[in-house]
Write a protein that binds this ligand. Structure first.
Ligand code: ZN
Ligand code: ZN
Length: 348
């Protein structure tokens, strides 16, 4: 599309349905920045919203919350951004005035919502974003990598909640992108032996490449041993099922820590008897607004690798195909990125 006044957007319009349309570009409000979206990560949450599983916004709504791009216009009260700045987007918007927001915990704000979940997201060529929701990209971080800062920031926030000592034994249950990030973060944080438990051979293999000392494939055709009961100092449940939670409780030593990150989507039963008797610490975790700057530094230094998780690429015009492909949930997919700039991503 060459008409610079128009914005091409993809909207979730109803049960598992996405349609495109064009809209006249709006001018940014005084404290808003217009970002030309360059890279969009397709996330499981997008698919959940589209199939009506989750209590998020109502259609029609452009989704997309894993976003990076370039500043193209700024509102007249914007001081911290200039046209051409490369940025990623923190999708979380709080009220800004409640106790949670004022203490730096906008994710606990009762009125908080997220770009791409509750508010219009980044399935657009151009989108307007509050200036406080942007972070500047280090030169060495590509747009596609930066789109994953959102996922990674949730994981780093979880790691921050744990008490990790050098050499502790840790297990991550769940071999999705977050499980693969948790493996890397645990190693960087000084954990000793890190075990990754999952069901897909290719992801477990990648987990080893990214630092897991041990992997366990739970699919029926494999029969490798899970860690011994009561052997782990830390378990991170990135799967969020009744079975993964029970496994975590069993694997942990007495007095140790269980980080709860995966979402079951419905109430599940928990073996509280064992939790109490083993004096386990159960820690829930979601977003962590304060860790964004560190996430970008860790990407720049290579402490956390994102590129190996990116398995598939689509053009922005093919967004509906990218979403359909994601819905197939084939084993080879880890992360799908939708690009709106072929030139930048061609860089090494
Ligand atoms: Zn996501
Ligand atoms: Zn608030």
């Amino acid at each position: 599309m060459n008409d610079e006044t128009q914005n091409l957007i993809w909207e979730w319009t109803g049960y598992n349905e996405v349609q495109s349309r064009t809209q006249t570009r709006q001018s940014p409000d005084s404290d808003q920045v217009e970002v030309a979206i360059r890279a969009i990560g397709i996330c499981g949450t997008d698919l959940h919203i589209m199939s009506g599983h989750a209590e998020f916004g109502k259609p029609p709504l452009p989704l997309g919350h894993e976003l990076a791009g370039v500043v193209v216009r700024i509102g007249n009260a914007v001081t911290r951004w200039r046209i051409g700045d490369r940025v990623c987007i923190d999708p979380l918007i709080g009220c800004g005035t409640c106790e949670a927001c004022l203490s730096g915990n906008k994710h606990r704000c009762p009125d908080a919502g997220e770009i791409g979940l509750h508010f219009p997201g980044g399935w657009q060529q151009y989108m307007l974003v509050p200036q406080l929701n942007l972070y500047r990209l280090p030169d060495s971080v590509s747009f596609e990598e930066a789109s994953q800062a959102e996922t990674l920031h949730c994981c780093l926030g979880g790691i921050d909640k744990l008490e990790i000592r050098l050499g502790m034994d840790a297990t991550v249950i769940g071999d999705g992108p977050t499980g693969l990030y948790y493996v890397q973060l645990l190693k960087t944080a000084g954990a000793g032996r890190v075990t990754l438990i999952g069901k897909r051979a290719s992801r477990l293999e990648l987990g080893r490449l990214l630092g897991a000392d041990e992997t366990v494939n739970l699919s029926p055709s494999f029969s490798n041993d899970i860690p011994a009961m009561e052997s782990q100092d830390i378990v991170i449940d990135a799967a969020g099922t009744e079975a993964s939670l029970q496994m975590g409780i069993e694997l942990l030593k007495r007095g140790s820590q269980l980080l709860l990150f995966g979402l079951p989507g419905a109430p599940i039963s928990v073996d509280i008897q064992t939790v109490v008797m083993k004096e386990l610490k159960l820690l829930g975790t979601t977003n962590a607004p304060h860790v964004w700057p560190r996430v970008l530094k860790m990407m720049a230094t290579g402490n956390v690798k994102v590129k190996p998780l990116i398995t598939h690429h689509f053009r922005f015009e093919q967004l509906v195909e990218a979403v359909e492909f994601a819905c197939n949930q084939s084993d080879e997919i880890i992360k799908i990125i939708v690009h709106n700039d072929p030139i930048e991503e061609a860089k090494p």
